[in-house]
Ligand binder design. Sequence first.
Ligand SMILES: Cc1cc2nc3c(=O)[nH]c(=O)nc-3n(C[C@H](O)[C@H](O)[C@H](O)COP(=O)(O)OP(=O)(O)OC[C@H]3O[C@@H](n4cnc5c(N)ncnc54)[C@H](O)[C@@H]3O)c2cc1C
Length: 324
Amino acid sequence: MTGVLVLLERHAGAIAAASCEAVGVARSIANGGPVVGLLVGPGGAAGATGLGVDRVLLAESPNLDHPSGAQLAVLLAAAADAASSTTIVVPGTARGRDLVGRVAVRWNASAATNVTEVATSGSGALRVTRPVFGGRATEELELPGPRQVLALKPHAFSPPATSPAPTPVEPLALPEGLAKAPALDVRGFQPTVGGKGPELGDASIVVSGGRGVGTPEKFQVVEDLAEAFGAAVGASRAVTDAGWRPASYQVGQTGKAVSPQLYIAVGISGAIQHIVGMVSSRVIVAINSDPQAPIFRVADYGIAGDLFAIVPALTQAVRAARSH
Ligand SMILES: Cc1cc2nc3c(=O)[nH]c(=O)nc-3n(C[C@H](O)[C@H](O)[C@H](O)COP(=O)(O)OP(=O)(O)OC[C@H]3O[C@@H](n4cnc5c(N)ncnc54)[C@H](O)[C@@H]3O)c2cc1C
């Protein structure tokens, strides 16, 4: 039996999908042991019921309205000790990835990020798999016990079945010094959004446009397709460098790394610096007028043709399909 602690991140008042995936993983490795959620900041226990955790520890204090990574690492270690957990699972969000190293050092644990598979071994070790070299290979690691910290790859796991039973919520005794003013005072937290849609790093569908769209005005064709899907909008660096769209849209080596269920590259050639930021997407669709464009080498589905003929028709088809 292994006790597992999960960080429950809230976005806009609701528990983030990535945290629900983390609960599913926690349940699969707990071997009947307790799965405990940690909620931090204002909002009380809202959203905790039905998640599949056995109980929730709630850390509340005016200084935790916008907790820093350092504060969260202290809280995670304290909550894991309070819950007698031997493993901490954090969601595959930017925040989760930031926390893994901090918590592992503080809690004296072995750690892995970007995990796509996890299994327990009889000795208390965890065997994890994760993509490496931009998704061109997978790596298997054994994390020795007695303590492990995992950050998951977004969308690699399913959330557990929900349960209507109320979840017990208990306050977490705040560790010494945490309730005092932190060394770093985070005054606000604003996720980077790709257009009007979901956050680029969290989105399950991303539609990205490249220089092939031609002008900032014509980039709208990419945004229309994204809107039809309810997807986030991304862009190549050619687009952001030209100022057609803000730098926050950029996918790639010097932009955001994304791994959605579906990535649609529109008018993007497929330079290696772009590929490394999206190659671990589950399904890649490329639309490009040049049949020799390198993007087709990583695409699961390729459409060679003029984007201005293809994308509006696709947008219409998606809208029609979703309206039924
Ligand atoms: C250090 C460094 C870091 C970098 N980091 C990044 C990064 O993070 N992200 C990133 O994206 N790039 C990055 N780059 C830049 C990268 O090398 C490429 O220059 C860039 O990705 C090219 O963008 P693009 O594919 O939109 O443009 P292009 O390479 O110009 O490709 C445009 C594509 O559109 C197609 N096209 C044209 N018209 C149409 C049409 N009507 N219909 C369909 N297709 C059409 C063309 O066939 C072409 O393949 C980096 C470069 C360096 C040196």
